[in-house]
Design a protein around this ligand. Structure first.
Ligand SMILES: [Zn+2]
Length: 684
């Protein structure tokens, strides 16, 4: 309840600031407007987690030093993404005089706003240095490192460099992207061999890839030699001594690189809070064999769609047990096709069956590898568990293995829990990594990222002069800097930078010397860009709902010609609130009577909006979006009317008769009213 309720108006305040309503309650106008302002601010705060670069600058009371084109001979590093937010939409710009390369171009799938699929980095800064950009070099094929490319690359039309598998992934996402590419754009890719230390010249830079182990094939670190020193960006990595594909992190090459000297190390920071070392991928192989030995019926394995080494592991185990493998989940099938084509996954002839044929096989013959290990509502596994899948429905005695852990900071753990609930209710055997000891099986998942000992070891091997933790939020990067200090890097030579910071690398010091425009661009399910203004409205609608009032007023008399139409969405169910609606209509009648003839139409609409906001807040303590629609019939409206003339048979403009004008206005009004009413079955 509002404190201003039941208080007499204060002396000196205009009388109209406290409103008496038909129900006899009163609330100050200020309180109602404050409540609405609060609702708008709340919506802004939610949407403003993701502002584009122009909005970011507008929001800053005193913007930091504005960017100017800078061709001075110094090395600059700017993270347009990846310096916060848990390491999403990763994108690092390396710039020296007239040359720049961009490392990675990812998206952010963790954006939780209505109708938004993901965010990408705002590239206003790249527009400023467009002529310097020599190429995009990609560390690996996860979406948080490549998912922004279809939106961003066409603007610059430069080549994309990466390992064979990474380039395969880049081509795959361009093929699957729903929106046509602009005219004249052609995807240019360059495959670099990460095994033989091939170096390519991009402008004044030399670029080399070094193989690392991660949870997707073809993962690499990137070495960039610049006239002002050597930079190493690790990409995502771990030091698995025994990876399934035998593609170990190339420690020898890192040691050679270190001997020649490393100026700046940019190292990923995903799991810098995890002590020790990450176990080897090979430790989980036996767990799958054990489960397959004992499962009574069909086996379903949920995985991340790009984890091809693990797919290979499951295929091997299935072959060993004489089972067939089917696969489902569009993203996974797409990546598997590319992986098989490029020789990264080998499936023996006769092993693979289409998912549509899996139902015809005997239960004990079937292994299905699918997406949905995160409980995503539209994933193959969830649809199979709810009976919404075209070919397969899960049943008693089936076995489901979830071979992943929830992605942190996403809320996926709740989705997974709900899916597991559904599965267990059906009598499905569920094996999760988290409960593997309770279930008496071995580990079912290992992380693709290192742990503290590995992060520290990377720094010890490379012995960089300067250290910049990347791909993580401030906290994760702070822990990473502590590890670097333990590894012997002076704290003054470490920098915890934010997105947009210009990191200037000098001979003896590293510092932030300004900021470039940066931010997030939001993308919807179709791949289209959505304005932040639209998203703010959506948040406000979701929180408070919408009320439209449609008034039809006689120009001459200023009287209402019909009972006011009220349309409500997401606010209250009007049929259950007859008393309120009647009071509301009376208020509207009174507002028209008192004000319409006294002020012009625009002013009247503004007052009406205020009045309605006030009334609804007083009655309901809520502040929906209010849209007043006022139709004035029988004469010119205050704003003027362009339809007072018609073209006669000779092509001349002649004045319409008053009857014609009145008829036309009535027809238009009837059409518009119908349009509005058609949108709401609940309108009375
Ligand atoms: Zn990754």
């Amino acid at each position: 309840m509002n404190r201003d309720n039941n208080q007499a108006p204060k002396k000196g305040r205009p009388k109209s600031s406290v409103k008496q309503t038909a129900t006899g309650r009163s609330v100050s106008r200020g309180a109602a407007l404050r409540a609405q302002k609060q609702a708008v601010q709340d919506a802004n705060r939610v949407a403003s987690q993701y502002l584009d670069a122009s909005a970011q600058t507008a929001d800053q009371p005193r913007p930091r030093r504005a960017n100017v084109i800078d061709d001075s001979p110094r090395l600059k590093i700017v993270g347009l993404g990846g310096m916060d937010g848990g390491g999403s939409k990763n994108m690092m710009v390396i710039e020296y005089q007239n040359d720049a390369v961009v490392i990675d171009c990812g998206n952010d799938l963790g954006v939780d706003l209505p109708g938004i699929n993901y965010g990408i980095a705002d590239t206003a800064y790249l527009d400023q240095i467009k002529n310097k950009i020599r190429g995009f070099v990609i560390t690996h094929g996860h979406l948080d490192h490549i998912g922004g490319l279809p939106h961003i690359l066409p603007k610059y039309n430069v080549p994309v460099y990466g390992s064979r598998f990474t380039i395969g992934r880049v081509e795959e996402i361009f093929e699957n992207f729903g929106i046509p590419m602009p005219d004249g754009f052609e995807l240019k890719t360059v495959i670099m061999n990460e095994a033989n230390h091939e170096r390519l010249k991009l402008g004044e830079f030399y670029v080399e890839l070094i193989r690392v182990t991660h949870s997707i094939p073809g993962s690499t670190s990137i070495v960039i030699d610049t006239p002002a020193g050597r930079i190493v960006d690790t990409g995502d990595f771990r030091f698995d001594p025994n990876p399934l594909d035998h593609e170990k992190t190339d420690m020898e090459r890192f040691k050679e690189i270190a001997k020649e000297g490393v100026t700046v190390l940019m190292s990923e920071s995903t799991t810098t809070e995890r002590p020790g070392r990450t176990p080897s991928e090979s430790e989980i192989e036996q767990s799958f064999i054990d489960i397959m030995d004992n499962a009574p019926g069909r086996i379903f394995v949920g995985l991340f769609s790009t984890n091809m080494n693990r797919v290979q592991m499951i295929v091997n185990a299935a072959v060993h047990h004489g089972k067939k493998v089917a696969m489902d989940g569009r993203s996974m099938v797409s990546t598997l096709e590319m992986a098989v084509r490029n020789g990264f996954v080998k499936i023996p002839k006769g092993t693979f069956v289409p998912i549509a044929n899996a139902a015809a096989l005997k239960d004990e013959q079937v292994v299905v590898v699918c997406t949905g290990s995160q409980g995503e509502p539209n994933s193959a596994l969830v649809r199979m568990s709810t009976g919404d899948h075209k070919h397969v429905s899960l049943k008693e005695q089936d076995t489901v293995i979830l071979s992943s852990t929830p992605i942190p900071y996403t809320g996926n753990d709740a989705l997974i829990r709900a899916m597991v609930d559904d599965l267990l209710k059906k009598g499905v055997h569920v094996y999760r990594h988290e409960t593997h000891e309770v279930d008496q099986v071995g580990p079912l998942h290992v992380s693709g990222h290192g742990s503290q000992d590995e992060y520290r070891e990377m720094i010890e091997i490379l012995k960089p002069k300067f250290f910049i933790p990347v791909y993580g939020d401030y906290t994760a990067k702070k822990y990473h800097i502590d590890l670097a200090v333990e590894a012997g890097i002076p704290r003054a030579n470490c920098l915890n930078a934010e997105n947009g910071d210009i990191i200037s690398v000098g001979a003896n010091k590293i510092e932030i010397t300004g900021q470039v425009p940066h931010g997030t661009i939001l993308v919807d399910q179709t791949g289209s860009i959505v304005s932040t203004v639209v998203v703010k409205d959506r948040v406000l609608l979701a929180e408070e709902g919408l009320v439209a009032v449609v008034l039809t007023i006689d120009k001459k008399s200023g009287a209402l010609l019909t009972s006011p139409d009220i349309i409500s969405r997401g606010f209250i169910y009007m049929k259950d609130s007859e008393e309120l609606m009647n009071a509301f209509r009376n208020e509207l009648r009174r507002a028209v009577q008192q004000r319409f003839k006294r002020v012009d139409l625009d002013r009247f609409k503004a007052e009406l909006k205020d009045y309605v906001t006030h009334f609804l807040y007083e009655q309901t303590q809520r502040s929906p979006i209010v849209i007043p629609v006022v139709n004035v019939i029988g004469g010119r409206t205050e704003k003027g009317n362009n339809d007072l003339h018609k073209t006669d048979s000779n092509g001349q403009q002649v004045a319409k008769t008053p009857e014609e004008i009145a008829l036309e206005q009535q027809r238009r009004f009837a059409q518009m009213r119908q349009r509005l009413l058609n949108q709401d079955a609940r309108v009375d």
